[in-house]
Write a protein that binds this ligand. Structure first.
Ligand SMILES: [Zn+2]
Ligand SMILES: [Zn+2]
Length: 369
């Protein structure tokens, strides 16, 4: 056994203990510290009041037997984080570290972990853990599990320099994406993909996308790859411009009627008042998918808008199968994520920007600098 001491390109010291040719374990010198930095929510409040508090002295989480400890490189900023921070979702854990689009390197694994090793680059998404025994888990619908945990909501998430997660729920990330590019794939990408699947579209079909943030800009690329025409309906001019750049055939205002009847529509904006406009844009037999975890009040609907077998359905969470399918697809397309990076310490600023539609594409916190 020999012990090598080197300096990696960014100046951090890397200790590597080698046994023959097998790299057993590698640790950065920072691992030797026992504290981490995190943005913590103690009480839900309007994001304008900057409710996330930065702590530099939190203990690094210890993974259980089936868990892994991840040194977080990047964590995507999602509208669901905003719903957690502002208290639009019922409080489950408080204080809590938000963030469920985690990209990082595994530093440590529990005693019962197989298939995930120290040094692996992995992602953690919203679905953090499921019970495995309820009727939903047993029938391929683990996204509906009665006893699921959700990253950055019922358990601590990735607005931090370290995060722990169950090994069975982490994804190995494709090499083609940088940490910054990969982060938005983990919720925006996966949930957008599930929403597309539930829209039941076929090649040559037409899709309306309402609200054009992080999930929409990825879903548009998948839809185009499948040969689907995309019509983007969004209130913001720069988002309409991005939609057209990414291949939408038309972009208009949120309640503007697209030039043709659509086979399906997805509403990513959390605004129930869009539902009537989206329903009126649907062709007979069309499906309207509501892509958010929270939505403001939906106005009364006229039955004529729903008649002719139109369907309205929501998307709830994701299965691991969705995640694996989408990540494989993202490499093949390849999906191009438009991102805006923020330092971890600026999480409040990133969420304020998200609320004000000021991010073009996806916001991502960089957690390792
Ligand atoms: Zn279950
Ligand atoms: Zn999300």
């Amino acid at each position: 056994m020999c012990m090598c001491y080197t300096a990696n390109p960014d100046g951090r010291h890397l200790w590597a203990m080698l046994l023959g040719d097998t790299l057993l374990h590698s640790l950065t010198s920072d691992t030797l510290s026992t504290s981490m930095t995190a943005c913590v929510l103690h009480h839900p409040a309007a994001i304008e009041t900057n409710p996330l508090q930065i702590h530099d002295d939190l203990p690094i989480p210890e993974p259980g037997p089936g868990g892994v400890l991840i040194r977080v490189a990047a964590c995507g900023v999602c509208r669901t984080d905003l719903h957690v921070v502002e208290g639009e979702l019922p409080t489950k854990k408080m204080p809590v570290i938000p963030g469920h689009q985690i990209v990082g390197i595994v530093e440590k694994t529990g005693s019962a972990v197989f298939g995930v090793d120290p040094g692996d680059r992995v992602g953690v998404a919203w679905l953090n853990h499921t019970c495995g025994v309820c009727k939903y888990c047993k029938t391929g619908k683990e996204n509906l599990c009665e006893a699921a945990d959700f990253t950055g909501y019922t358990v601590d998430g990735g607005y931090a320099t370290y995060a722990a997660a169950p090994a069975a729920f982490v994804y190995h990330l494709p090499a083609g994406f940088t940490d910054l590019q990969a982060a938005p794939l983990l919720c925006a990408g996966i949930i957008g993909y599930r929403a597309l699947k539930l829209a039941s579209l076929q090649s040559g079909g037409s899709l309306g996308i309402y609200g054009f943030g992080s999930a929409a800009h990825v879903a548009l690329q998948v839809a185009r790859f499948w040969g689907i025409e995309v019509y983007a309906c969004t209130r913001d001019e720069k988002h309409r411009k991005l939609a057209l750049e990414l291949g939408a055939v038309w972009a208009g205002g949120t309640t503007e009627q697209p030039p043709k009847r659509l086979d399906a529509a997805i509403i990513f904006a959390p605004a129930g008042e869009i539902v009537p406009a989206a329903l009126r844009a649907l062709d007979k037999g069309g499906t309207l998918v509501l892509g958010g975890i929270h939505m403001s009040h939906i106005p009364p609907l006229d039955y004529d808008w729903l008649y002719h077998e139109r369907v309205v359905r929501s998307v709830a969470n994701n299965t691991r199968e969705d995640g694996r399918e989408f990540l494989d697809l993202a490499v093949r397309i390849p999906v191009e994520t438009h991102t805006e990076a923020f330092p971890l310490r600026d999480a409040n600023r990133a969420l304020n920007a998200l609320k004000n539609d000021a991010i073009r594409g996806a916001g991502v916190l960089m957690c390792d600098s």
